[in-house]
Design a protein around this ligand. Structure first.
Ligand code: ZN
Length: 149
């Protein structure tokens, strides 16, 4: 293994550029496989089984795959279509509606109850929602929402 110490910045940037390009191509192929399953004529259950088995979705559980199908692979908060591009796909997360950080005294069963899970993009989940409790969100919405719903 050659030393990486003598690689200058430009060479590092070029290396990362090539690496990212390959990874993006890999993600596009995963996306193609997922779309093929999602848009097939199979039943909801069979689609979910295929998604889990294909491993194209990483380590999705049967429950997560079914939930994704129920939302047609959209963010439940902003409506972003998570299969539209590799960037959207990589931003796809499963959100805990009531954040784990606010449920410290609750059991895993309560925290991971399907009713507490939502399909979300990273922006909604991490950048905007960022650990606010349902109570805090309600207060903020009431204070800041006037006519728009
Ligand atoms: Zn979103």
């Amino acid at each position: 293994m050659e030393s990486m110490k003598n690689i200058n910045r430009e060479e590092k940037i070029n290396l990362v550029r090539k690496y990212v390009k390959l990874k993006r191509k890999e993600t596009e192929n995963q996306l193609k496989a997922i779309r093929k399953i999602v848009f097939s004529n199979s039943s909801r259950r069979l689609k979910a089984e295929k998604l889990v088995k294909s491993n194209a979705t990483g380590d999705w559980s049967m429950e997560a795959a079914l939930k994704a199908l129920d939302t047609n692979c959209h963010c439940e908060y902003c409506g972003k279509y998570m299969l539209a591009s590799p960037d959207n796909y990589k931003d796809w997360q499963e959100d805990h509606i009531q954040p784990k950080s606010k449920l410290k005294n609750e059991s895993e069963k309560v925290i991971n109850d399907p009713d507490n899970l939502a399909q979300s993009c990273r922006q909604c989940n991490v950048n905007f929602k960022s650990r606010a409790s349902i109570k805090q969100m309600k207060k903020y919405v009431e204070e800041n929402c006037r006519n728009d719903s």
